[in-house]
Design a protein. Structure first.
Length: 185
């Protein structure tokens, strides 16, 4: 799953880098030559729509989504496991719901042959199809993680469930941050 996460992060990073370059070129063209590429804002919207689900997949795989540990750390082990299971189920339900919504949107776009109301007049089926693929990546990650969680529970590997699906302890987060800081020096 780590390579899946890295690939998602790499695609998102490259997409945002290209977007930044295009925005910089657009800005220079406007300021220096009084000319616009017309449609960079459209491209930005597509990049965010495609990139967001990739980031969601990375957050799900790396267990880096925001959690409030104030009460969690004081809960008994059984309740922590129940909360982790509920979290995995709800995240999967959300991912699948968003994917179904995206599929319906793409299907409707295809049915009507919709085009963007912008200077580029982009057939919306192109960016929306990539958006759907991106949503499938997110949903696939959450379904896989939920399936893995089910296997761990069926084997009664509760400590592994807590370590893989629960939030890091404050000490672990601090150690990770200090390690990252040290590696950047």
């Amino acid at each position: 799953m780590k390579s899946y996460s890295r690939l998602c992060a790499l695609i998102f990073g490259l997409t945002m880098t290209v977007l930044c370059i295009v925005i910089a070129v657009e800005t220079l063209l406007r300021k220096v030559f009084n000319h616009s590429l017309a449609g960079v804002d459209e491209l930005s919207g597509y990049a965010i729509a495609i990139g967001a689900p990739l980031c969601f997949a990375v957050a799900a795989i790396e267990q880096s989504h925001i959690r409030i540990n104030l009460f969690y750390i004081r809960l008994p082990k059984t309740l922590k496991i129940i909360l982790n299971v509920a979290s995995a189920i709800l995240l999967t339900v959300l991912a699948v719901y968003l994917t179904v919504f995206t599929y319906r949107t793409v299907n409707e776009t295809n049915l009507f042959g919709s085009i963007a109301q912008t200077p580029w007049m982009t057939p919306l089926i192109w960016p929306q199809s990539i958006w759907l693929i991106s949503m499938l990546v997110f949903a696939g990650a959450t379904v896989f993680l939920l399936f893995r969680l089910g296997l761990l529970l069926s084997k009664r590997k509760f400590d592994q469930v807590l370590s893989e699906y629960g939030p890091d302890a404050v000490e672990d987060e601090l150690a990770t941050e200090l390690s990252d800081l040290e590696s950047r020096k």
